[in-house]
Design a protein around this ligand. Structure first.
Ligand code: NAP
Ligand code: GCO
Length: 263
């Protein structure tokens, strides 16, 4: 079982002050990893550091906008100097804009693509050279069910996450020979701030229609918790997955496998 441990490894999880990134970082810390994270605002980094401390995790946090290539390159160099070479990268930072496509401005579409697809490219490109020198590396891209399916109002997000699935496969193809594994995790519907609008109670106290819809479409009969992603992330970050490459591991309670109950 030592193959599932992360002792002595440095893990950078982007956008991990809270939400899925924070839960993945907690699980990796429990497996022995040294946690490094970034967020876009100092106040969020401070909030994240306090939250990690509360969990007994001595994390290191930096302010960095993952869409800014110069800032990312400076961040990676700073981490390599102050913490150590990055063994594990989790491209977690992400945004969504739920706007009907014909009402969405091109600038809004580009903003989602920038954070959800261009940024994973930028951060991966920044860490791969040192991984090649080290002779090993793990990159985990947080994809989505929207890497496989579309739905109303999420055109930019689905395009980004579909692209992220293929970027995952391409990094695996291009750098597998250097013992670098690049895989994706495709969370289902997870209860985090990002999906809070889809779960809001209605004025009459009823559950949100989308909440009821998703639970009915999920064989597990519930929304996922961010903690549900911890184990799969540790597996993909560990030596236990050294021959797994270019795969998207869907952690979705079975929703992608299920046509839905007859009404
Ligand atoms: P979240 O609660 O909205 O957290 C996203 C994190 O990313 C926040 O800390 C956010 O910081 C950070 N971030 C956004 N833009 C950034 C930038 N330019 N530079 C640095 N950090 C940035 O989202 P989540 O639900 O935890 O989702 C995390 C990842 O999982 C995302 O990639 C999302 O697409 C994906 N995902 C989520 C679900 C779900 O159901 N929740 C399902 C599938 C996939 P700020 O607070 O400062 O914006
Ligand atoms: C939405 C949701 C989804 C989830 C997730 C599903 O509006 O449909 O936000 O996109 O966030 O990506 O895997």
């Amino acid at each position: 079982m030592d193959n599932f441990r992360l002792d002595g490894k440095v893990a950078l999880i982007t956008g991990a002050s809270y939400g899925i990134g924070f839960a993945i970082a907690k699980a990796m810390a429990a497996a022995g990893a040294k946690i490094v994270f970034n967020d876009i605002k100092q106040e969020l980094v401070d909030k994240g550091l306090a939250a990690y401390k509360e969990e007994g995790i001595d994390a290191t946090g930096y302010v960095c906008d993952v869409t800014d290539e110069d800032a990312v390159n400076a961040l990676v160099k700073k981490i390599e100097t102050e913490v150590g070479n990055i063994d594990i990268l989790v491209n977690n930072a992400g945004i969504i804009k739920r706007i009907p496509m014909i009402d969405m401005k091109a600038s809004e579409f580009r903003q989602v693509i920038d954070v959800d697809l261009n940024a994973p490219f930028i951060v991966s490109k920044a860490v791969i050279p040192t991984m090649i020198k080290m002779g090993h590396g793990k990159i985990i891209n947080i994809c989505s069910m929207m890497s496989e399916l579309g739905r109303e109002t999420v055109s930019a997000y689905a395009a980004a996450k579909g692209g992220l699935k293929m970027l995952t496969r391409n990094i695996a193809s291009e750098y597998g020979e250097y013992n670098i594994q690049c895989n994706g995790i495709g969370p289902g519907y997870i209860a985090t701030p990002q999906t809070a609008p889809l779960r809001e109670r209605q004025p009459d106290g009823e559950r949100h229609p989308f909440d009821k819809f998703i639970v009915s479409k999920t064989p597990a009969g519930r929304w996922g918790n961010a903690e549900d992603l911890g184990g799969p992330a540790v597996f993909l970050a560990s030596d236990a997955s050294n021959f797994v490459n270019g795969q998207i591991l869907y952690v979705d309670g079975g929703i992608l496998a299920y046509i839905g109950k007859q009404p």
